[in-house]
Design a protein around this ligand. Structure first.
Ligand SMILES: [Zn+2]
Length: 219
């Protein structure tokens, strides 16, 4: 599952019993997951996600993945979503990859581009599940935004899925003041428990999770 906010904020909420399990139980501290290095537009980030365990519900432990990460991906979700948006806007895969410029660690001012093979793997994985994702998001849209209008077709299955994700994100921002700055990649990460690009797309989390997302979001 994913959590928003700084490490300190996650720690404080975990200790205060404010983080909620999928099952509705309360998560308590349960060590840390392994450290991982993630490429972001601001350089490499070293992340050591916290783990929580559900004490009064299902009893399962969860890695509390920061909302800017996707499970098993070495790039921040915002970088991956930039690729999805560029592709949806009609760029070729090689052009998408070339446009994703990241700082070279330790060398001020130098940039490198995401390898085309890496961008291609994100895009094809997303395209494979775009229809399923769109259906799931369409089911959540009335919950996120009771006044939502039908989402216009955007030209490809991937673009269509992104359009519905944007509508859900806009609805959440309006409905929950605490989610006023939530980004589409955070919503996607949260609703899939970070598994947006995992081998199998999980069933999207439902209404309880949308509400929980707003309730536990740091102000
Ligand atoms: Zn639980």
């Amino acid at each position: 599952m994913t959590v928003r906010g700084s490490e300190e904020s996650v720690e404080a909420r975990l200790r205060s019993g404010l983080l909620v399990c999928w099952c509705g139980g309360t998560l308590r501290p349960w060590g840390h997951a392994r450290a991982r290095r993630v490429a972001t537009f601001a350089g490499l980030a070293e992340v050591v996600p916290r783990r929580g365990i559900c004490r009064d519900g299902c009893g399962r432990s969860h890695v509390l993945l920061p909302g800017f990460l996707l499970s098993r991906r070495k790039y921040a979700a915002v970088v991956i979503f930039a690729a999805l948006a560029l592709r949806a806007a009609g760029l070729k895969v090689s052009a998408v990859a070339a446009r994703l410029r990241l700082p070279v660690p330790g060398r001020a001012g130098q940039m490198w581009s995401v390898p085309a093979s890496t961008a291609s793997s994100w895009l094809s994985r997303f395209a494979d599940r775009a229809g399923q994702l769109r259906q799931g998001l369409l089911g959540l849209l009335p919950l996120a935004d009771p006044q939502a209008r039908p989402v216009a077709a955007a030209g490809s299955p991937s673009a269509d899925a992104l359009a519905v994700l944007d509508a859900v994100t806009a609805g959440l921002r309006r409905r929950f003041p605490r989610l006023g700055t939530v980004a589409a990649h955070e919503v996607a990460a949260h609703l899939t428990g970070g598994m947006l690009l995992a081998p199998a797309l999980p069933v999207l989390a439902g209404n309880t999770t949308l509400i929980a997302m707003a309730a536990v979001t740091p102000s």
